[in-house]
Design a protein around this ligand. Structure first.
Ligand code: 5GP
Length: 120
């Protein structure tokens, strides 16, 4: 499966679609989810063109991977979520329910999030 450069997050990275940025560096962009599922719901994406965690973990450089996961932790700290707790989540493919084919991690918090996986 090839990376689709017309996906919505690719358009956000090119500045073709606006976003509510909470963090940006050379490797990473983070912005508020447009349909938040919790009081805090941020998406963290690499700037490189990776379809999902499968692609990212197999093909991204060590620098990209470390920059990405350091940013996830740093953003959660900056959002004030460490003491109250938060969840990170990354969907891959159909069973994972991935909607946007550009790797992203959800950071959610601000309330009790309940069970990790909904029944059936
Ligand atoms: P997935 O199901 O692929 O893990 O999650 C995709 C997420 O992207 C969803 O939570 C959805 O609300 C969010 N999303 C989809 N389109 C946009 C958009 O144009 N802007 C922002 N900020 N979030 C979006």
């Amino acid at each position: 499966m090839a990376y689709d450069d017309q996906n919505i997050f690719a358009k956000i990275l090119r500045g073709e679609i606006p976003n509510d940025t909470v963090y940006e560096d050379e490797y990473v962009l983070a912005f508020k989810d447009i349909f938040p599922q919790a009081p805090v719901h941020v998406l963290v994406i690499p700037k490189g063109a990776y379809i999902s965690l499968d692609d990212f973990s197999a093909n991204a450089s060590d620098v990209e991977i470390s920059a990405f996961f350091r940013a996830v932790g740093s953003i959660a700290r900056d959002l004030g979520l460490v003491d109250s707790g938060y969840r990170i989540l990354a969907n891959h493919g159909a069973n994972g329910g991935q909607e946007v084919p550009h790797f992203h991690v959800h950071i959610a918090g601000g309330r009790r999030l309940g069970r990790m996986i909904q029944p059936g």
